[in-house]
Ligand binder design. Structure first.
Ligand code: APR
Ligand code: PHB
Length: 395
């Protein structure tokens, strides 16, 4: 078997890259470890930057996102029970975000791939990239007990944080940077009307809370929990009670509770690997970097890697511009580090971590008060929340 680009992983990064490459006539095959149903069962974030939405449009997969996704002009931050609105549209001169669940977006990308008859192999084992430093790389994998070889020109490692791509790079050729935060987010999805039409990020003595949504009839709420907490110890009732304690009174009073349809704990980690490539293997999305969820940057940063690789490969295959290959990592990392910094900063400002000194705690409280007390400070937050522009690959 032979293709131009072998894509490892059918998360949003792999699927979006595959669709964009296909539009340019670049043949690609996706290899995914689990079933498509399993991929769709994972509940993840759902705030899309304009750049991400535009990429979905360019890929021709935006119909449902544009119909059902909600455009949000702003969101709220709560400090000491005071609700402060970040007017994204007003502060950025017109930019907004779209609230559209990652599950739905993944479903749309999978459907588009089937409709365009591109090859995807789900439930494959032992995927391994080979010959990455040579001109003829290939990927081996097993399916139903048989071994296969997929020859290709380039390999896109879109296989998430625990995938095989990053691990295939010799350790002395990459360096990683990491902060693991003490604790995580306990999330509940419920078919209840959201407490507020816009997202609400809450800083509270008892820990952070977030009121988010998937639609006006489906809510997503999170509370910060300690690192030893187990999801089994959190009944729905206990979750709702704790959430209410962290919300300002007007929101707590009108919170509609109901049975959870999903409940899980997401860890909080900042992680970047440098460089994001090894010969003809490229790392994209969670395979190369992780952010804590506070700034809604995980999916969006994955999308900017996709944008960069897609544009480079279009010129490589279309115009023979192979010199662009070695620029991939450098271009991606500029934007990646900014997303990392914003997510780390938002996390520090809004959470109470047990490893933060009392002094730093005071500093963070003062810093976020300062930002939210002026339009300049709010603009700094707004500009990053809607997403910085993608870097031009010729720059
Ligand atoms: N072989 C093949 N596929 C693999 C392997 C492997 N060895 N290991 C992991 N995968 C698959 C996973 O099953 C998953 O479907 O790779 C996919 C990676 O998808 P995501 O984890 O969603 O990563 P990515 O596409 O980079 O997502 C970017 O969306 O899901 C969020 O948290 C994620 O915010 C991040 C963003
Ligand atoms: C979500 O809706 O799941 C969500 C929204 C915003 C975030 C993180 C998660 O910052």
């Amino acid at each position: 078997m032979k293709t131009q680009v072998a894509i490892i992983g059918a998360g949003p990064a792999g699927l979006l890259l595959g669709q964009l490459l296909h539009k340019q006539g670049i043949d690609n095959v996706i290899l995914e470890r689990v079933s498509s149903d399993y991929v769709l069962s994972r509940i993840r974030a759902g705030v899309l930057e304009q750049g991400f939405a535009d990429l979905m449009r360019e890929a021709g997969v935006s119909k449902r996102m544009d119909q059902e996704g909600e455009v949000h002009d702003g969101f709220e931050m709560v400090l000491n029970d005071r609700r402060i609105r970040i007017d994204l549209k007003g502060l950025t001169g017109g930019d907004t975000v779209i609230v559209y669940g990652q599950t739905e977006l993944t479903r749309d990308l999978m459907a588009a791939r089937v409709a365009t008859q591109q090859t995807s192999h789900y439930e494959v084992d032992n995927v391994r990239p080979h010959n990455m430093l040579e001109e003829n790389p290939y990927v081996t994998y097993e399916k139903d007990g048989r071994e296969y070889k997929l020859e290709c020109d380039y390999i896109a490692g879109c296989d998430g944080f625990h995938g095989v791509s990053r691990k295939s790079i010799p350790e002395d050729c990459i360096k990683s940077y990491e902060r693991v935060y003490p604790g995580g987010w306990l999330g509940v999805l419920s078919d209840t009307p959201p407490v507020n039409p816009e997202l609400v990020y809450v800083r509270h003595e008892r820990g952070f809370a977030l009121c988010s949504l998937r639609s006006q009839v489906r809510s997503r709420y999170y509370i910060q929990v300690g690192q030893d907490e187990k999801v089994e110890d959190w009944s729905d009732e206990r979750f709702w009670q704790e959430l209410k304690r962290r919300l300002p009174k007007d929101l707590a009073d009108r919170l509609v509770t109901g049975p959870s349809i999903e409940k899980s704990i997401a860890p909080m980690r900042s992680f970047v690997v440098e460089p994001m490539q090894y010969g003809r293997l490229f790392l994209l999305g969670d395979a190369a970097h992780i952010v804590p969820p506070t700034g809604a940057k995980g999916l969006n940063t994955a999308a900017s890697d996709v944008f960069t690789l897609y544009n480079i490969l279009t010129k490589v295959f279309g115009e023979g511009r192979t010199e662009l290959i070695e620029k991939y990592s450098e271009i991606c990392l500029r934007r990646v580090w900014n997303g990392e910094r914003f997510s780390w900063w938002m996390s520090n400002m809004m959470h109470k971590f047990e490893d933060t000194s009392e002094f730093n705690e005071k500093m963070y409280a003062s810093e976020i008060e300062y930002y939210l007390s002026s339009d300049v400070g709010k603009r700094v937050i707004a500009e990053q929340y809607v997403g910085l522009p993608y870097d031009d690959i010729e720059s």
